[in-house]
Design a protein around this ligand. Structure first.
Ligand code: 5CA
Ligand code: ZN
Length: 411
């Protein structure tokens, strides 16, 4: 797919240090890259394009955009791949319910997402790959799993056997009961008759009347399961072992647990060195979800004239790992911050900016502490509002570049 374009990242003097993030599998902070300066292979789960991008999606993609930016600043070449789940049950169900063609729905929502990401200054992935275009690679991967004894058929559908991966459970560390509950809640079918284990996940769904299907070679006509889509796209573009598997925390189980298990059965462990998850964003205290209809959409805020830089500041005011609620009060605070920063950054002179650059780098390298980074800029802005004899010419410009390059906020 054609990605969006981003504004160039402003140049900064020097380079950032080792970037650490919280790894869900390890339950601890860990360096992202294998070594200083090593290339980083990053896969972040993309949207299912059946509705417009809400603040929760935006928060997750902005979190991984911060990671992308700090890795670049630390001198890593980042190979970033993202998928689009452009065929799956929720998309087909929405298309049927609203009487539109599923392909049209996916195209429209994918294009809107790209516009939203560009407006929020999210750097695009190098490859943005749809599930449909990945089917020619998904089919042989599922065939390989069958051949390896890691997959089996149930009435023409093909399932992954979780027993094939001795490490199954090491991403989420959940107990069996929790796994069963989440599996049922998030697209799984624990009660399907004929499976070896209720947790076994669908790899290939045989053609059903009224559903789209593709040639599956020895699997027969059908369409891909969800987890295998991401694993195959990641290994096609990044190779069998990646550095970062990212997404929102609702993907820890079953999606990333299952993806890791598929990857281990195909190529041996580890699928990813780090599993990184962003918290869930709600709305004024409740869960934001399409089914509840309580969505705050990036596109709607933009249409109302909200400054995208202020939207980004509203997202960055929360640590990416915390669960939080979008609120109009939070948006108003972010708008006020954008106005105040813009004024300070428009001046020719200001307090020495180098400590701000160092502090923003240091805060972001420590598990993407965006609130800490904002506080460092706030302190400089407050100081710049006081009269001073030692103001440095060009300091506001360096702060503007710091904020632009590392936080992705253009003022
Ligand atoms: N297509 C799959 C991933 S392969 C999918 O989960 N799509 S999605 O459209 O439902 O979500 C896209 C991304 O936004 C995922 O990383 C998901 O974890 C994240 N996300 C969804 N809802 C929220 C929310 N309320 N808060 C934060 N992140 C969210
Ligand atoms: Zn995914």
């Amino acid at each position: 797919m054609q990605t969006w374009t981003a504004r160039p990242v402003p140049a900064l003097p020097g380079a950032g240090g080792t970037v650490r993030v919280h790894d869900t599998a390890a339950g601890a902070l860990a360096p992202v890259a294998e070594a200083p300066g090593a290339p980083v292979r990053m896969y972040v789960c993309g949207i299912t394009p059946y509705d417009a991008t809400h603040m929760g999606h935006a928060a997750t993609y902005v979190a991984f955009d911060l990671l992308h930016r700090v890795l670049l600043d630390a001198g890593h070449a980042v190979h970033y791949v993202q998928n689009v789940t452009d065929v799956d049950d929720p998309l087909l169900e929405r298309a049927t319910a609203t009487g539109v063609d599923w392909r049209h729905l996916a195209d429209v929502e994918t294009a809107l997402f790209a516009t939203d990401m560009a407006a929020l200054d999210v750097l695009p992935p190098q490859e943005w790959v749809g599930a449909v275009e990945a089917i020619p690679s998904i089919v042989p991967a599922v065939e390989a799993l069958v051949a390896a004894g890691a997959a089996y058929a149930v009435e023409g559908d093909v399932y992954f056997s979780v027993a094939a991966d001795p490490r199954f459970g090491e991403v989420s560390h959940l107990g069996r009961e929790q796994m069963l509950a989440l599996f049922a809640e998030r697209g799984g079918d624990p009660d399907r008759e004929g499976k070896r284990d209720p947790l076994d996940a669908l790899l290939w769904r045989a053609h059903r009347e009224g559903e789209p299907s593709w040639d599956g070679a020895s699997l027969g006509p059908g369409r891909p399961g969800w987890h295998v889509e991401c694993v195959v796209i990641a290994r096609d573009h990044l190779g069998p072992h990646i550095d970062v598997q990212g997404g929102g925390s609702d993907l820890v189980f079953p999606h990333h647990e299952m993806g890791a298990a598929h990857g281990h059965a195909l190529d041996g462990p580890p699928f990813a060195r780090r599993y990184v998850h962003a918290g869930m964003v709600g709305l004024e205290g409740t869960k934001m979800s399409k089914s509840r209809g309580n969505l705050v959409l990036v596109s709607r805020l933009r249409a109302q004239g909200t400054d995208p830089a202020a939207i980004r500041l509203a997202l960055l005011a929360h640590h990416y790992r915390s669960d939080w609620s979008w609120s109009t009060a939070g948006m108003a605070e972010a708008t006020a911050r954008a106005v105040r920063w813009r004024q300070a950054l428009a001046r020719r002179h200001g307090p020495d900016a180098r400590p701000v650059l160092a502090a923003v780098r240091e805060r972001l390298a420590d598990d993407l502490d965006a609130p800490g980074a904002l506080a460092a800029v706030d302190a400089w802005v407050a100081a710049s509002e006081e009269p001073a004899d030692d103001a440095v010419e060009g300091a506001p410009d360096l702060v503007a570049r710091t904020v632009g390059a590392l936080l992705g906020v253009r003022l």
